[in-house]
Unconditional design. Structure first.
Length: 254
C-alpha cells in the first residue's frame, strides 16, 4: 500500500526514537509527550496529521498510565478547568487549518520555551487557592490543544500554583491531559482531520510507546523526587530553542 510504503524504514526509526523518548518523559513528569514529539513530527508530517497522531498517542499513554495516578487527586475541583478546556479546544480546532507549517513549528517551539521559563523562574511559596488561574489555564490550554495538540505549557504553570509535591503534581497533569486528549479527539473527528496515514503511524509506533511508558514509570518511582524538575526543565528548553530557531531560519513570515 502506498501510504504504508511512504513511511519507510528511516522515517519509522525516527518515529520510534521520538516516541520512545517522549513516552519516557511523559511517564516520568506527567507531561511532555506532545512538547517533545510535535516539533519533530511537524518536520515531515502536515499539521493536521501531526495533531491527530499526537492525540492518539497521548490518549493511549494516559490509559496505560492510569493505575499510577488514578485516585491521587480529586477530579471534582478540576471540572471548571475542564469546561474551559472544552471551549478552548473547539476554538483551537477551528484555527488549526489557518496555521501554516512554519507557524505551526514556531508556535510549538515558543510554547515549549514559555513552559520552561515559567518553571524556572516562578516557584510559589504556598498553594494558590483562587479558581481564576484554573479558568485561564483551561482556556489557553484548550486553544493550544485544538490548534497545536500542545496543551501542556499553561497546565504546567497552573499545576505549579496549586501542587508542589511531585507525585501529586504529576497525577494532576495526567488527569487533566487525559481530558485534553478526549476533547481533542472529538474535535478532530468532528472537523474531519482524521487520515489513514496518521492511523498507520500510530499503529507502527505502539511498541515504542509501550516500552517508553513502562521505562518512564519505573524511573519516576526510583528517581522522581530528586530529578523530576531538573529533567523537565532541560528537556523543555532544549526542544523549544531548537524548534523555534529552525522555524525562524526556514523563513517564517507572520
Amino acid at each position: 500500500m502506498e501510504i504504508i510504503a511512504d513511511v519507510g524504514p528511516g522515517r519509522l526509526l525516527i518515529i520510534w526514537l521520538v516516541v520512545l523518548l517522549a513516552s519516557v518523559l511523559r511517564a516520568f513528569t506527567g507531561f511532555g509527550f506532545a512538547l517533545a514529539a510535535v516539533p519533530v513530527f511537524s518536520l515531515f508530517i502536515p499539521p493536521t496529521e501531526t495533531v491527530v497522531l499526537i492525540v492518539l498517542m497521548t490518549l493511549t499513554l494516559s490509559l496505560l498510565s492510569l493505575p499510577t495516578y488514578r485516585g491521587v487527586v480529586a477530579v471534582r475541583p478540576l471540572v471548571p478547568l475542564l469546561v474551559m478546556l472544552l471551549i478552548g479546544t473547539a476554538l483551537g480546532a477551528v484555527l488549526l487549518p489557518l496555521i501554516s507549517v512554519a507557524q505551526f513549528q514556531l508556535w510549538a517551539g515558543l510554547s515549549v520555551i514559555l513552559a520552561g521559563v515559567g518553571l524556572t523562574f516562578f516557584q510559589p511559596s504556598k498553594r494558590f487557592d483562587s479558581p481564576f488561574p484554573g479558568w485561564v489555564a483551561g482556556l489557553v490550554a484548550g486553544l493550544m490543544n485544538g490548534a497545536l495538540a500542545i496543551p501542556g505549557p499553561p497546565l504546567i504553570i497552573y499545576t505549579m500554583l496549586v501542587e508542589r509535591e511531585p507525585r501529586r503534581g504529576r497525577a494532576m497533569l495526567m488527569t487533566i491531559l487525559l481530558g485534553c486528549s478526549l476533547l481533542a479527539l472529538v474535535a478532530y473527528v468532528a472537523a474531519g482531520f482524521f487520515q489513514l496515514q496518521s492511523v498507520v503511524y500510530f499503529l507502527l509506533s505502539l511498541p515504542a510507546l509501550y516500552a517508553g511508558n513502562n521505562l518512564g514509570n519505573r524511573l519516576f518511582l526510583r528517581h522522581g523526587d530528586a530529578l523530576y524538575r531538573r529533567i523537565a526543565l532541560l528537556t523543555l528548553l532544549a526542544i523549544g530553542l531548537v524548534t523555534s530557531l529552525r522555524a525562524v531560519l526556514s523563513g517564517f513570515t507572520a
